[in-house]
Design a protein around this ligand. Structure first.
Ligand code: F0G
Length: 481
């Protein structure tokens, strides 16, 4: 089995392509601040073992003129060049770039829709409420925006194998990008704790998939040991190239808002890579002058996986308080988030908040987003559930502009959705803190279970008439229809 890195000299000999800026980035430790030109395979600082981030002097240089950047990014939207068709590489001036365009692995990621949320707006009282739907990426989650950059650097370094620990979406994305880039992929997932839909993606894209008898945190620990022993390139969000790609969510969002910053951006928190990436992008955009004001970046977690909430409340963000994670929002079932320090920094730098929401609140919010006609997976719905709390606390005001980051597609976890509508979701698991009756009152009006009928016209017409009498009209219906 050829595990060793292959030479990429042949590809290098063709020299840099004109369409990429010159690579000038380096790695900076977020703990001791030391700068290095290269990173070890575990992407940790050789001095203090803390995480690395990517920095580039050109991102602060006056040569990056905000107006010029905005107009060239807009111009690229009408180009058919491979790099410009990607909603990540379109913003390449703010990314680490490979030596040559031929290393770039892309599935035309990014370019995700920005939606108004009229129903959720009525529910929360926030009049300008929007969703940035990262579930509309090629493999159905935000992971693709980071994976295009990190897999590109794996390819440039000549790796045969890439690997990740995952709650499902990272593995689906990694497997796809590895396949596109001609690399093999190794997936470590907690057995029985990820959705079949995500697992099946990894299988179809050809990953070597191991279901380990542990949780996500156990998988990640093992991967960190593995990369020190074998020439395997790790594609978890500890890999700072991933976060660079995920920055483009915020850049594209601001472009969609004509560079008028919203007051709040709300994002789910699991391993805390995404919130760190969005925060890094906001700070860099402010430094360059792309935006003049910082939105507040808030992170929402499930009550059963609330390491960051506790870290901020009980330890003022100074040391991590790990938890034994449990939630049906399996994407964020993480108790020992790797990027907690990065997330604390950006929440504090932007003046954001950190909240937790219950299982019932997640299920309710997911159905409410579904009723908007766009849908999302459970982990993404924590954003709406969290917003309701932040409004009640007065942290978000009704006249402010709020963007929810929907991280994953509705189709990612069909079991959750089916169990919700059939009323089975919490049958086997006690719903912590919510009496059954209250759960029913909150959730029953949102349930639309499938109905089994004889295949007769009469049966269908009677069902239609019953629904017409008992169900209220759709809240978005025009008053005259
Ligand atoms: N939402 C979804 C749909 C996710 O898949 C994840 C993380 C998150 C939110 C949290 O993002 O970790 O950057 O704070 N999923 C990872 C995975 C851990 O393996 O797919 P985060």
């Amino acid at each position: 089995m050829p595990l060793s890195a292959t030479s990429d000299r042949d590809r290098d000999e063709q020299g840099p392509q004109p369409s990429l800026p010159k690579a000038t980035f380096s790695f900076r430790c977020i703990g001791c601040g030391s700068i290095s030109a290269a990173a070890a395979q575990d992407f940790r600082c050789s001095q203090c073992n803390n995480l690395l981030e990517i920095t580039d002097p050109s991102w602060k240089s006056p040569s990056l003129n905000a107006a010029t950047l905005k107009s060239s990014w807009r111009e690229r939207r009408s180009s058919n060049a491979a790099l410009d068709l990607s909603g990540v590489w379109r913003f390449r001036e703010l990314l680490p770039v490979p030596k040559s365009e031929q290393y770039v692995v892309t599935l035309r990621e990014g370019n995700t829709p920005f939606y108004e949320l009229p129903l959720s707006s009525r529910i929360t009282g926030v009049s300008r409420l929007y969703a940035k739907h990262q579930g509309m990426n090629p493999t159905g989650s935000f992971k693709d925006t980071g994976m295009t950059v990190a897999s590109t650097f794996a390819r440039q370094a000549g790796y045969c194998w890439v690997a990740c620990a995952s709650t499902g979406n990272t593995s689906a994305s990694m497997a796809a990008y590895a396949a596109r880039g001609g690399m093999r992929s190794l997936v470590l997932v907690p057995e029985g704790k990820i959705s079949w839909s995500k697992l099946s993606q990894a299988l179809d894209y050809g990953a070597l998939t191991c279901q380990l008898r542990t949780d996500f945190d156990g998988c990640l620990r093992l991967l960190q040991e593995l990369v020190r022993r074998a020439p395997v390139y790790q594609l978890n969000s500890i890999n700072p190239f991933r976060l660079e790609g995920q920055k483009t969510l915020a850049i594209e969002l601001l472009e969609q808002l004509d560079w008028q910053p919203p007051d709040h951006i709300i994002v789910p928190g699991g391993n805390l890579g995404n919130s760190s990436a969005i925060g890094k992008a906001l700070l860099e955009m402010r430094d360059i002058g792309l935006i003049l004001r910082l939105p507040k970046l808030s992170v929402v977690q499930a009550e059963g996986a609330n390491a960051l909430v506790r870290t901020l409340r009980e330890a003022e963000g100074k040391r991590l308080i790990s938890v034994q994670a449990e939630t049906r929002a399996t994407a964020i079932r993480i108790g020992n988030p790797a990027s907690w320090e990065k997330a604390v920094k950006v929440i504090q730098a932007t003046g954001g908040a950190c909240e937790q929401v219950s299982e019932v609140e997640i299920a309710q919010a997911k159905a409410e987003i579904g009723a908007e006609g766009i849908g999302c997976e459970p982990a993404s719905a924590v954003t709406l559930a969290g917003l309701k709390k932040l409004v009640r606390q007065g942290f978000v005001k009704p006249d402010e502009t709020v963007v929810l980051v929907l991280t994953g597609n509705l189709l990612k976890d069909p079991d959750f959705t089916m169990e919700f509508h059939r009323g089975d979701l919490f049958q086997d698991t006690p719903v912590h803190g919510t009496p059954r009756e209250r759960e029913g009152n909150l959730l029953n009006p949102l349930r639309h279970p499938p109905i089994v009928l004889d295949a007769t016209l009469n049966a269908v017409i009677q069902t239609l008439e019953r629904a017409e009498k008992s169900d209220p009209p759709h809240p978005n219906a025009e008053s005259n229809t």
